[in-house]
Every structure is written in C-alpha cells, then in structure tokens.
Design a binder for this molecule. Structure first.
Ligand code: ZN
Length: 80
C-alpha cells in the first residue's frame, strides 16, 4: 500500500517542522501522539483510527498530521 509510505514521508517532514515551530509545552502535549504516529507509520496503519479502525480522513490528517483518531472518536470520546 503506497499511501502509508507517502504519508509517512509527509508526516516525518511535518514532525520535523513542528519541532521547530512549537513551544516546548506544546511539543510535550503532542509528544506521545507523535510517538504513536511514528509507530503507526512503521506498522503501516497511519491514517487509520486507533479507536474504531476506520480511515481518519485526508482533510483531518492534513490539519493534524499526527491525528490518531477520527473526528467521531475524538469528539465522542469512549462512548460506543
Ligand atoms: Zn474512530
């Protein structure tokens, strides 16, 4: 699946850029998510919601490159 590799490169760039532009406090907040995203890239599950397994969506990933959950799961919390 080519999407994973392409998105992975994109994310690696975005993470680097983020590390340059974010404050230490901001970075700390997203550091865990970024770790997980890098894991997901290696697992080839980048772009797939950690919660429900559905695609997170390109728009969301463009806005939040390190998004781990789709909009619904992020907004709905853990209610199923
Ligand atoms: Zn989800």
């Amino acid at each position: 699946m080519q999407f994973g590799k392409r998105a992975g490169d994109h994310t690696a760039d975005a993470v680097l850029q983020m590390q340059r532009t974010m404050t230490a406090g901001q970075l700390q907040q997203v550091a865990a998510d970024i770790d997980r995203v890098l894991e997901k890239i290696e697992e080839d599950t980048y772009g797939v919601c950690d919660e429900c397994g559905q695609p997170i969506g390109e728009e969301r990933l463009e806005a939040i490159t390190w998004a781990l959950r789709c909009v619904r799961c992020q907004a709905g919390g853990h209610s199923r």
